[in-house]
Design a binder for this molecule. Structure first.
Ligand SMILES: O=C(O)C(=O)C[C@]1(C(=O)O)C=C[C@@H](O)C=C1
Length: 363
């Protein structure tokens, strides 16, 4: 048989399989419609993630190749999605974070401060808590500038184990003391489920960092508290994964969630990460949660903080996070990207000129 004849024969075989697959898919779709009717009668959700998990596990255990299991699972997930659509189910509607489920914006209340009410917040502070003098100096500066929420890392998830790991619980206390002295609310990162409870008296907003976005135990634990949670997007997380991580917190009982875009990892090296600016309006369309942008970690460059912050507010962010340090050159972490006090003044001035609605109350 000539190669051309061979090709034609294989293609005819392929056509037959396509035909069979189409038939199987159509029969599967008809079954899904029947299942949907029964579920409707029973008054249960059509979307059943546990059943889907079972079928995906079955695919993993039965796959003989040549396709990779993850590829096959992806294809089947599409089939499940299409089946649920046939059942008249919009899966997004079932998510607690979904705008389709709750059309009105969620307002996050941090004592007297509101996030998501149309007046963007500026959250600022040092990368890490280093000493009382350092955090107190920053707190004083922030209060004078009208900032209401101060950030500062006590537990630091550092890339290298040899880098400064933060002052831990002691740092938390220093941060809280300095913030109280200047009437500021506190946001800080908590890294493990076990550290959540002891941190509660010292924090007003719990931050879940990018590296922990899919630490599901931590998400569930912060979801059990009544403190607002700022959830940062993972370094390589898709928007869908980010939304599901927020769903973990909400489904554990906490609806006070703020999403924070902080740049994602791409091939581009001109900035530390690539600020996915369109994630902001996408997240605002898909969810009802406030969305903030961390300009420090997304750019990693002092000269880009102001333009990035302007872009964030212009595209609809509910606030901006930026790092400030009394003397960035000697900072124990992120020395390259924190603003000193004069630079912070310029930053605030530059931003308020264009966005006078920024929620700053100068003391
Ligand atoms: O088995 C069910 O309960 C179905 O509704 C069918 C089906 C499927 O296509 O296999 C569809 C949607 C559900 O999320 C799970 C499974």
């Amino acid at each position: 048989m000539s190669p051309q004849d061979q090709l034609n024969r294989l293609r005819r075989e392929m056509d037959e399989l396509n035909h069979e697959m189409l038939d199987l898919l159509s029969r599967r779709g008809a079954l899904a419609v029947e299942i949907g009717k029964i579920k409707r009668l029973q008054g249960v959700e059509r979307y059943d993630p546990v059943r889907e998990r079972e079928m995906l596990d079955f695919i993993a255990s039965s796959n003989q190749g040549p396709f990779e299991t993850s590829r096959l699972q992806h294809i089947f997930k599409e089939v499940f999605k299409a089946s649920a659509e046939l059942q008249g189910e919009d899966r997004d509607k079932t998510l607690l974070v979904s705008r389709k489920r709750q059309p009105e914006d969620t307002l996050v209340h941090v004592k007297d401060v509101t996030i998501g009410n149309g007046r963007p917040q500026l959250i600022a502070g040092p990368c890490a808590v280093e000493s009382f003098e350092q955090v107190n100096a920053v707190a004083e500066k922030l209060a004078l500038s009208g900032v209401k929420v101060m950030r500062g890392g006590a537990y630091k998830p550092r890339t290298s184990p040899y880098d400064f790991q933060g002052l831990g619980f002691e740092g938390l206390k220093l941060l809280k003391t300095a913030a109280d002295r200047h009437d500021l609310r506190v946001i800080t990162e908590i890294m493990t489920p076990g550290a959540v409870e002891s941190a509660l008296p010292y924090v007003d907003i719990i931050q879940v960092g990018a590296r922990n976005m899919q630490n599901f135990d931590l998400l569930k634990e912060v979801g059990k508290t009544d403190k607002p949670v700022l959830l940062k997007r993972g370094l390589s997380a898709t928007i869908e994964e980010f939304i599901y991580a927020a769903e973990y917190i909400m489904s554990s009982g906490n609806s006070q969630v703020i999403l924070c875009e902080r740049g994602i990892r791409t091939y581009e090296r001109a900035t530390r990460n690539t600020l996915d600016i369109t994630a902001v309006p996408i997240l605002k369309q898909e969810t009802h949660l406030p969305v903030m942008v961390d300009v420090t970690h997304s750019t990693g460059r002092r000269d880009l903080l102001l333009p990035a912050a302007k872009a964030a507010l212009a595209i609809g962010a509910d606030g901006v996070m930026v790092e400030v340090h009394p003397n960035p050159a000697i900072a124990l972490s992120d020395a390259q990207q924190q603003l000193d006090f004069d630079q912070f003044d310029q930053f605030v001035e530059g931003l308020t000129v264009q966005f006078p609605q920024l929620d700053l109350v100068k003391k």
